[in-house]
Design a binder for this molecule. Structure first.
Ligand code: ADP
Ligand code: ZN
Length: 631
């Protein structure tokens, strides 16, 4: 178990984050009201319908019975509307008299004698009665012309299912935000105005952004010079690196509104909507200009246009085309600046990056150690953090974390501190939060068999001992066999420098450390387990990147391929290349595994000692670990 779990967590959080934003802008109160209203209307209509039906039920006469009764001359009067499916019939009384309806005395009696009948075919029924009347049957029968209200009434009932469907579709549209596009954040009215002070680190990026703030503030100054102010700025960087934050900060600094929308919101299940949304978004932007339009995840619409005629692709192409049209359309007076964010710039259509569109690209990397410290400090401003908290050391332990993850860690720490009834957030709370976020929650109560415990102890000891003998690998900070998250145990390292380049030796040694777990199982227990599957997955990726991305293999040569972007690239380079890459990856992995076993064989005594100590204490820290080697 090594840093692979962090990647997974990153993904998970990412998903959660996306899920949340969808929820926030999609499912608002308005929709809830629409649904409630709809439910009331539906139940009222259905209730009314059922009530009438029940009322009719009591005084009903079967159609066949009615025909028989007509033949027998028992019926005095029939009232019905043309085209209706019911008729009201009034029987004669026991003496064969037709009672006078105007006479109040007959009221009770008439109620008994009046019945309704369901008429299967009103046209045929009307003809039948008219024939009877012509034959001499004394029925007073005057079919009424259809009355509009009744028609609409029965229409509603007939079309109720359709109406409900339409209403549902309407609600769905609303949920998708068909009506109003783009959330507006106006720093001049918002209480939580975001400025560059809220953005930690990113010094160079901020410097570039200051220029844009100036364009928005004083567009005339640039127009006079004849300078072409950029229309679009593309921010590239992993999720959570602060792209949205910096775009908001620009709006805050320039004191202009900020309209945001996510690329995925343009892509909907209803064709043609994407393009119209783009249009609406820009219409709105022009109305409230000067302003910033922020399009998150632009890769969702801005990926390369394709020639295929699949529906989704065609829709995508249309949306992208509309975006290009809009970007070309508005004046370059600096009053509307489009900022887009993506973490996959290589996927974007080249047309988007042409001058006059997104002609500036700013790459935002993961924060380095000083930036991490600053981010932690910024986000602890509104939290009760103890003075003894060492932000620097936390920054050291969190290499590779994004700003969003760091914020999350402080939040988790606050939750932990509260649940433990601490007065303030302590260093331990934060350290615990880091572990919780990287390897998951500690499961102290989980029952682990002695056999599994031994296996985990040797596996983790394997990672730790091997790393200890590898020059380039980080120092061990903690080894534990208490299950956490999905892992049976973990080895935590102390990363004390942010590296810009990684050497080949370092990557090879990283592989040895990754495979140290499995090697230890093999050597000490002469068996191997599924516990190493994550390690193997990461190792495989490292080895493959060494060969195909960093060109570190002698046999394959100094070559860099992005096979995800262009799977056909490999074919250009000859038929045998794939085989050769496979062979090289395998050789690299096998060699690393050999080396790991070799190291553990030499230091078998240390392996046994670390594993033994783990079985005894379940968790050993840096000091305890190093003591074993000082002996
Ligand atoms: P992105 O748009 O790149 O996915 P966000 O801007 O949404 O990332 O960042 C998410 C959160 O992470 C922000 O709201 C902020 O709280 C925190 N964050 C990220 N980077 C920084 C930073 N450089 N300084 C301060 N906070 C940051
Ligand atoms: Zn492992």
């Amino acid at each position: 178990m090594q840093e692979d779990s962090k990647e997974r967590l990153e993904e998970k959080k990412d998903l959660e984050k996306k899920g949340n934003t969808k929820n926030n802008n999609g499912f608002n109160k308005k929709i809830l009201w629409i649904i409630i209203l709809l439910a009331i209307v539906v139940s009222a209509v259905v209730g009314y319908f059922l009530y009438n039906k029940m009322k009719d039920e009591k005084n009903k006469v079967e159609y066949t019975q009615l025909i028989r009764d007509i033949d027998e001359g028992k019926i005095g009067q029939i009232e019905m509307t043309m085209g209706s499916s019911t008729a009201v019939v009034t029987y004669k009384d026991e003496n064969g008299n037709v009672l006078d309806k105007e006479d109040k005395a007959n009221k009770e009696k008439l109620k008994e004698l009046t019945k309704t009948a369901i008429i299967p075919n009103s046209q045929a029924f009307i003809e039948l009665i008219q024939n009877k009347v012509e034959e001499g049957n004394e029925i007073s029968f005057n079919p009424k012309e259809q009355n509009i209200i009744v028609t609409i009434g029965s229409g509603i009932i007939t079309f109720l299912p359709t109406l409900i469907m339409i209403a549902l579709i309407f609600v769905l549209f609303q949920m998708q935000g068909l009506g109003d596009k783009g959330k507006v954040y106006d720093p001049s009215v918002s209480s939580d105005k975001i400025t560059f002070e809220d953005v930690a680190g990113l010094k160079e990026e901020k410097a570039e952004m200051i220029e844009i703030v100036d364009f928005l503030k004083e567009p005339k100054k640039y127009a006079k010079m004849g300078a072409r102010v950029p229309k679009g700025v593309l921010l590239c960087g992993k999720p959570g690196t602060g792209k949205t934050l910096i775009a908001k900060a620009i709006a805050g600094e320039a004191d202009v509104p900020f309209i945001s929308m996510s690329g995925s919101e343009f892509i909907e299940m209803f064709a043609g909507l994407g393009a119209s949304r783009v249009r609406k978004l820009f219409e709105k932007a022009q109305k409230i200009s000067p302003c910033i339009v922020f399009i998150d995840e632009i890769d969702a619409i801005g990926s390369r246009r394709t020639n295929s005629n699949g529906g989704a692709d065609a829709e995508n192409n249309q949306t992208l085309n509309q975006l290009l049209v809009e970007m070309d359309g508005f004046e370059t007076d600096g009053s509307v600046i489009v900022i887009a964010a993506t973490n996959r710039p290589e996927m974007l259509d080249e047309a988007l990056l042409r001058p006059g569109r997104f002609d500036r690209t700013i790459t935002i990397g993961l924060p380095d150690i000083t930036d991490r410290e600053e981010i932690l400090k910024i986000h602890s401003r509104n939290k009760k953090v103890s003075d003894e908290v060492d932000f620097k050391s936390i920054a050291e332990d969190t290499a590779g974390f994004s700003g969003a993850e760091l914020e999350n860690i402080l939040n988790e720490a606050a939750i932990l501190a509260a649940s433990k009834r601490h007065k303030e957030i302590t260093n331990e709370d934060i350290e615990e939060a880091v572990k919780k976020v990287t390897v998951g929650l500690e499961k102290k109560d989980k029952v682990v068999s002695e056999k599994d415990k031994k296996l985990t102890a040797y596996h983790e000891a394997g990672h730790a001992v091997v790393s200890r003998y590898l020059e380039t690998q980080d120092n061990v900070k903690e080894v534990s066999i208490i299950p956490r998250g999905f892992a049976g145990g973990y080895t935590m390292y102390k990363t004390n420098e942010d590296k810009f380049y990684i050497s080949k030796t370092e990557m090879e040694e990283k592989l040895i450390a990754l495979l140290g777990g499995r090697a230890a199982e093999k050597i000490a227990l002469n068996d191997i387990s599924t516990g190493a599957s994550n390690d193997l997955e990461v190792a495989m990726k490292v080895a493959r990147d060494m060969v195909t991305v960093y060109g570190m293999s002698e046999k394959v040569g100094p070559m860099s391929m992005n096979l995800e972007k262009d799977p056909y690239q490999i074919q250009l380079l000859g038929n045998n290349l794939e085989d050769e890459i496979g062979k090289e990856v395998r050789t690299i992995l096998e060699k690393a595994y050999e080396n790991a076993q070799e190291l553990l064989r030499i230091h078998r005594d240390k392996l046994d000692q670390v594993a033994g100590r783990l079985l005894e204490k379940e968790k050993i820290n840096e000091k305890e670990f190093n003591e074993i080697f000082d002996e």
